[in-house]
Design a protein around this ligand. Structure first.
Ligand code: PBG
Length: 329
């Protein structure tokens, strides 16, 4: 059977039949909001390279938490932006029980126990050199000493009430080591979201401004631990290892340029697969929209639906609150 018996446009003619044949939809339940926390009170510090995103003090963060709960957004992914004065070569502030991140976690979990909280586990917001791990005298990020630090950081977050620890560092063996430590300490319900296929991407620039690590990192890069942009078989190996080591969910990052990887991961493993629409993706859309070159809302909705189509179960996005409002109508 071919044309004219087959007319693909027949089903597209009306909104009702387009709705009936739509294979994927985006819902608020797919969204994870992303936020940056800073010291202070009543503080909202705009991030210049991310128009519309502010670093929030804990009291302001609680307002965002409330908004997420009211809109039905299931979870919030939290990142710290700590003062330069607490950054050290060994990043020890990362596991300070009274540190900013742990205080923010306690405050959010106390007020909104039902709001899932996802904590970033990597040393870059806390190191004087801006790398995600501990470096040797040549500047190389050392694997095992870094994993030891990540264990301390994960336990501090679990103790504060974090629902998900999310290692974004790409060290080898860290998922298994963190899982074992959490089990040993009785945090058997603390989930691990593994940034399994995290690429050495140029789309992270605005985020590094937001957490204040770009100046520290300087001309440094993360190519010895984050994945090469040209690879996707390697992503499957990374995901396989993280699942074997005890990850509860895996992540592909960035989002839109890496949807082929999302699809391969989902098809191969069938595990909860999250994707991160990163800061650079956010900044591109905002910049184009501010220039009147793109329709922000339409492009955001299309991008996120494309992520669902690729197989993502949940999406970390700085647009989550906007999207949840748009979905509400
Ligand atoms: C670092 C980390 C990065 C992001 C999340 N965690 C940046 C990096 O690897 O340099 C990027 C997120 C974004 O760009 O929105 N551990």
């Amino acid at each position: 059977m071919t044309f004219p018996a087959v007319r693909m446009r027949r089903m597209r003619r009306d909104a009702f039949s387009r709705a009936l044949m739509r294979e994927n939809v985006l819902t608020t339940a797919d969204l994870i909001m992303v936020a940056f926390v800073v010291e202070g009170e009543g503080v909202r510090q705009p991030v210049p390279s991310m128009p519309g995103v502010d670093r929030l003090s804990i009291d302001e963060l609680l307002k965002l938490g409330e908004e997420c709960v009211n809109l039905g957004i299931p979870a919030l992914a939290l990142f710290p932006s700590v003062d330069g004065s607490v950054k050290t070569e060994d990043a020890r502030e990362a596991w300070n029980p009274q540190g900013l991140f742990q205080r923010a976690t306690r405050a959010l979990k106390e007020r909104f126990p039902e709001l899932g909280l996802i904590g970033d586990v990597a040393l870059d917001p806390y190191t004087t050199h801006g790398q995600d791990g501990l470096i040797d005298e040549t500047g190389y990020v050392m694997n095992e000493p870094t994993v030891e630090a990540l264990i301390k950081m994960s336990l501090a977050q679990a103790e504060a009430g974090m629902d998900f620890v999310a290692p974004s560092d790409m060290m080898d063996g860290r998922i298994g080591a963190i899982r074992e430590a959490l089990e040993d300490e009785g945090y058997i319900h603390t989930r691990i979201l593994a940034y399994s296929a995290k690429y050495a991407s140029s789309f992270y620039g605005p985020f590094r401004d937001a957490v204040g690590s770009s100046a520290n990192l300087g001309k440094g890069n993360k190519h010895t631990y984050q994945m090469d942009v040209g690879n996707s078989d390697e992503a499957l190996r990374e995901v396989e290892l993280d699942i074997a080591e005890g990850a509860d969910a895996v992540m592909v990052k960035p989002g839109l340029p890496y949807l082929d990887v999302v699809r391969r991961v989902k098809d191969t493993f069938g595990v909860p697969t999250f994707v991160y629409q990163v800061s650079g993706e956010y900044a591109m859309i905002k910049a184009a929209a501010q220039n009147g070159w793109l329709d922000e809302r339409a492009v955001v909705m299309e991008s996120l639906l494309a992520m669902k189509r690729a197989g993502a179960d949940a999406i970390l996005t700085y647009f989550a609150v906007d999207v949840a409002r748009w979905l509400k109508g």
